[in-house]
Every structure is written in structure tokens, then in C-alpha cells.
Design a protein around this ligand. Structure first.
Ligand code: TYD
Length: 220
């Protein structure tokens, strides 16, 4: 088996980025070759597309969003993820294709089959072996995001410290996104984690699942 590809998913404020970093640090600690990356971004051109997607002052239409996320993903997959997997690394990605289906599909109402089709082209042969879904109520997630934004603003008074374009969306939007993620958890590769648990307890669950799948792959 060449490497292992793991994505971390959930609504904004679910704690997935913190857990992705904790997971990466634990793997490095165990001397397992690993890479931590994120979407949108993770590669030079993809990071430029991220700027447009998250901070553009002008309207970005839902269909355009789908295409821009997919374009960023294509760069990221071919230039960063695929080479790392070929080197047998564990790739930890903060968000991947499930975010496109949840946000642009369930959230904004873009046809889901079209999103899958565009993304099949963008991803090529790459698909996550494990998708961790950090599940949390929209109320709790928004409260966390607000607290984070407040502490960010008191630290850096820059334009970027303001809530980004997408985080500014409504409660109803996030409700649809959360339900969309849960709907996709019918796929056994998607592992739902209760994001209200302590960071330590969640981390233990993540590591135990990663080690199980990693060892399973090695023994094949
Ligand atoms: P996020 O990782 O939450 O950024 P930050 O750590 O700065 O909060 O991702 C940025 C936003 O991008 C997030 O609100 C979800 C959105 N997104 C999509 O709508 N579709 C996608 O395909 C991806 C990858 C992200």
C-alpha cells in the first residue's frame, strides 16, 4: 500500500484544524513519515485561489465556487498529495472533497452529481482512505468561531482577522452543511467524531483509528 490519505472535515468551529495538527504531531512523534496540508490551499496556485474564495469583496457565484475549489484541488492533488503518497507518507488534509459536497452542494444547492463529476476530474485517482467528520451543533460551532474571531481581532487588527466571506454565512446555511456531512457518513470511510468531547479524548479516538487502518494496510 502506498501511503494513507486522511481528510479532516466538519463545519467551521468544529475543532478539526486543531485535531489535524495534533494527529500530525503524534505521527511525527512515532517517526511515521507524514504531511500536514489544507484546502483550499496547500500549494502555491491553490493558495492564490484560496485568497479569492475566502476574501474576495466581489460576488463569487456558487457554480464558480465549485470550479475554483476544484481547480485548487487539482493543483494540490497532483503537486503535493500524490507525490507524498508515492513516498509512502501519511497525508493529513484539513478539508477535502466532502467540503465541496457539504458547502456548495447541500449548503448552496448546487447539483451534487455535477460537483462529484467535476471533482472526479480534479482528484484523478486520489480519494481519502479515512474521512474524520467532527460533528457539532451549529449553535456550539458558531459560539466557538465567535470566541476565536474575537481573540484573533484583539491580537491582529488586519483585514484578514475579520470573519471570512464564508464564515459570515447564516445559521440555516450551516444547518444544511452539517446535515450534508452527516448524510455522507453513510460511507464507511467516514468516521463521525463527537466534537463536544475533550480535545484529548477526540485525539485518542483519531490516533486509534489511524493506527488500526495503517497497520491493516501494512499487513496486507
Ligand atoms: P477552513 O479550513 O475552515 O479555513 P480557516 O481555518 O481559515 O477557518 O476553510 C475555509 C472555508 O472554505 C470553510 O468555511 C469551508 C470552505 N470550503 C468550501 O466551501 N468548499 C470546499 O471544497 C473547501 C475545501 C472549503
Amino acid at each position: 500500500m502506498a501511503g494513507l490519505f486522511i481528510s479532516f472535515e466538519g463545519i467551521d468551529g468544529s475543532g478539526k484544524s486543531t485535531q489535524a495538527k495534533l494527529c500530525f504531531d503524534a505521527l511525527v512523534q512515532k517517526s511515521i513519515p507524514s504531511l500536514l496540508t489544507r484546502e483550499p490551499g496547500g500549494e502555491v496556485i491553490a493558495e492564490k485561489i484560496r485568497e479569492i474564495l475566502l476574501y474576495s469583496q466581489d460576488e463569487v457565484l456558487p457554480q464558480t465556487e465549485v470550479l475554483l475549489y476544484a481547480a485548487a484541488r487539482s493543483q494540490h492533488v497532483r503537486k503535493v498529495i500524490e507525490p507524498a503518497l508515492a513516498e509512502d507518507k501519511i497525508v493529513i488534509c484539513d478539508r477535502f472533497v466532502h467540503s465541496s459536497i457539504a458547502y456548495q452542494g447541500y449548503g448552496l444547492g448546487v447539483d451534487q452529481e455535477s460537483i462529484w463529476q467535476i471533482n472526479r476530474f480534479a482528484m484523478g485517482n486520489i480519494f481519502p482512505d479515512i474521512v474524520f467528520l467532527f460533528d457539532l451543533s451549529v449553535d456550539a460551532a458558531q459560539q466557538r468561531s465567535q470566541e476565536r474571531a474575537q481573540s484573533r481581532e484583539s491580537l491582529v487588527n488586519s483585514e484578514k482577522s475579520k470573519r471570512d466571506r464564508i464564515e459570515a454565512r447564516s445559521f440555516e446555511f450551516y444547518q444544511k452543511v452539517r446535515n450534508g456531512f452527516l448524510e455522507m457518513a453513510k460511507d464507511p470511510r467516514v468516521k463521525i467524531l463527537d466534537a463536544t468531547k475533550t480535545p484529548e479524548a477526540i485525539h485518542d479516538e483519531v490516533i486509534s483509528i489511524v493506527c488500526q487502518v495503517y497497520q491493516g494496510g501494512r499487513n496486507q
